[in-house]
Design a protein around this ligand. Sequence first.
Ligand SMILES: *[C@@H]1O[C@H](CO)[C@@H](O)[C@H](O)[C@H]1NC(C)=O
Ligand SMILES: *[C@@H]1O[C@H](CO)[C@@H](O)[C@H](O)[C@H]1NC(C)=O
Ligand SMILES: *[C@@H]1O[C@H](CO)[C@@H](O)[C@H](O)[C@H]1NC(C)=O
Length: 521
Amino acid sequence: MTVSKIFLLLSFFACTCKGSNVLVFFPVPSRSHSSLGNSIVNILLDAGHQVTCVTPFPLKTNHTRLTYTDISSVVQEATDSARINVAELSKPKGSHWVLPMGYNFASQALRHPAVQTLLKDTSKTFDVIIAEWLYSGLLAPLAAVYGCPLIWYASSDVSWQSLRMVHEASSPAYSVDAQSLRVPALPFTIGDKAHQLILQVYLSAWIYYFTNYVELPAYREIYADPLQLRGKTLPEYESLVYNASFLLINSHPPLGQNIPLPRNAKYIGGHHIGLTRKPLPKDMKKLLDDSKKGVIYFSLGSILQGRDLPEHMKRELIEFFGQLEQTVLWKLEEQLAGLPQNVHILDWAPQDSILEHPNTVLFISHGGLMSVTEATHHGVPIIGIPMFGDQFVCVELVTHRGCGIRVDFNNELPSKIREAVNEILGNQSYSINAKHASTMFRRRLVSPQKELLHWVELVADTRGAAFLRSPAVDISTMQRLNLDILLVIVLLVWFLSKVIKVIRAHLGDLSATKNSVKKNE
Ligand SMILES: *[C@@H]1O[C@H](CO)[C@@H](O)[C@H](O)[C@H]1NC(C)=O
Ligand SMILES: *[C@@H]1O[C@H](CO)[C@@H](O)[C@H](O)[C@H]1NC(C)=O
Ligand SMILES: *[C@@H]1O[C@H](CO)[C@@H](O)[C@H](O)[C@H]1NC(C)=O
């Protein structure tokens, strides 16, 4: 063989082990969820992989190794139903509402004509699938269709519900449900533990119902044809749901509940930061640079818009902001009249770049995980106004760690914000703690992007990283808690006590007859 032939052969192998074919499936019709998906796509493309991305928010690009499956038509339906009613914010919904929501997102994406076409195209093959997990296992059978391993991506902190997909539910003795309104201080009291345990059992019953009576029929309907076209029969649904090879978690210890993870789950929180950072526009940069007394950035995220706030609240807030010596940047979709000099309304804000600026001293936020992640990355203290979903837990953890203050959304909001702003500006401990959290978050052996890539490639190249699979996922809760053994022991003790009773009774009879025999003598 000539040298050039060897070289050709080598480069052939170099190619085959590099470029994997990856399906990235992000069904949730929310811009922030899709921006996480787009970050993953970018990381994979930069590493030379082929990517097919199912998303409601495809970007304008003509990258040769990227194909989008556009499901943007699901967005309109979703935003109509998800429009937030401010009056309803303070009413708790109960923790099971996420199950139908997650199921609907997965189901409407899978039933989308563009996805059906993709599923029925038998020429398509993938080496690995990354699917967003949001309280539904309905995307898991994609792995059976393509005969490749599946990686779940959890866009929020690890919870007992996401962990049980690859391992076992985290213990209610030290972790709360992701939809909780409060996070008690550790260690939990017996009341806290009982509450969380009962909640897990109650929600597990809901999950059982959903899996068997909602998802199972949908699974048969959606996947029968794609599997049949590939000459496969429908496997048992549950055997697919709990067969993912890996769990990527968009969180990190300084952000979340710090739940211990199995080998096949990793924190990759922060992977989206910086990738799409837009430089500050010139005038905004000058404003921030010139604000030597500090900048307060106020944004309530994209779902609840500033114009949903009652008028009197806006007026009170503006009045208070006007008394501060800091510059206030308020992201709001409407202009307000009579603004004080130091208050600026922005209808578009490069949040990451504002938080990155050294003059930014405080972030007033709804406390969504992405906002909290960015604030933590840049070491900025937070006033969190949680409104729904996992925002309560996110903000509670920020306060437990001394990096911010929680303010509830009600009529007293302006006066509570006033107190909280004065407290944080007047007490250095918040910014010191936020800086420590930032160090914890940023100082890692490898960047979250590299870590994510490493595990995805490992799973693809080993066809499922079977060595990392947690043994806990294949046994029942009863076996895991050794309740089966306990049951055997209880039965044994019960049986022995019966035997002893019978023997005693016999001995009593014996001695009684002996005595009577003696008396008769
Ligand atoms: C598409 O490719 C052309 C040339 O390669 C490039 O100039 C253009 O910016 C690309 N368009 C987008 C939307 O990326
Ligand atoms: C579970 O996943 C592994 C790794 O991808 C795969 O080899 C196996 O066939 C899957 N099991 C089922 C029941 O699909
Ligand atoms: C600052 O806040 C921390 C945490 O709430 C508190 O322990 C400390 O006493 C405060 N310091 C001052 C000077 O108020």
